[in-house]
Design a protein around this ligand. Sequence first.
Ligand SMILES: Cc1cc2nc3c(=O)[nH]c(=O)nc-3n(C[C@H](O)[C@H](O)[C@H](O)COP(=O)(O)O)c2cc1C
Length: 203
Amino acid sequence: MDLYEAIYTLRSIRKFKQIPVEREKIVKIIECATKAPNASFTEPWHFVVVQDENTKRKFTPMYAEAFRLYQSQRRILTEEVKKRLEKARHFAENIHEIPVMVFVFMDPSTRAVKEGFLNELTLQSMYGSVFPAIQNLMLAARGFGLGSVLTTLLNFYEEDVKKILGVPPSIRLVAMVGVGYPAVKFSEPRRSPLEKFLHWEKW
Ligand SMILES: Cc1cc2nc3c(=O)[nH]c(=O)nc-3n(C[C@H](O)[C@H](O)[C@H](O)COP(=O)(O)O)c2cc1C
């Protein structure tokens, strides 16, 4: 698939066909994730793939509650936002329907510099290493005709998620990326005009 077509049709997909995803495709998209740039060659990422129905169901009440909290904190509720939240609510209450959950973790012990040295900056770059990997994963998924959605709401329940998945204490949860064959059409992301963000030479 053409790279630009993949980028221009990478909407968040929250409705999936209830069919499994081939193992070799899962392996490939995660391999693509690990080709991403990473701070000081730390490769701080880890991926836990969950397809088991019973395990997935354990996350649904957590996500639904985190979504309820998030929704109650929204400051501006236009009609359009309300419509979007309504769709998101259905997703929030049924996340076990995501065929493949990819939990993405960051291992801070891989940092290349000593504790305390440029700590804030180092931590930023460690987390910053994981997001390009996630983007690679999502684009690679798109290339296979797979939809995906990047979610962070389960981070509210980081410790519970880690316990369920047997993750060591020092490892941080960054995101859960849902992957599967979409039950909706891919479409172009809706974004503000480029002029709003693009500055030449000076802000
Ligand atoms: C850091 C980050 C966290 C996100 N967390 C969630 C989430 O918890 N749940 C969710 O449904 N979408 C989540 N999203 C997806 C955004 O809601 C989505 O990208 C945005 O609304 C734009 O829509 P689009 O991707 O369809 O263009 C997240 C995206 C990013 C970048």
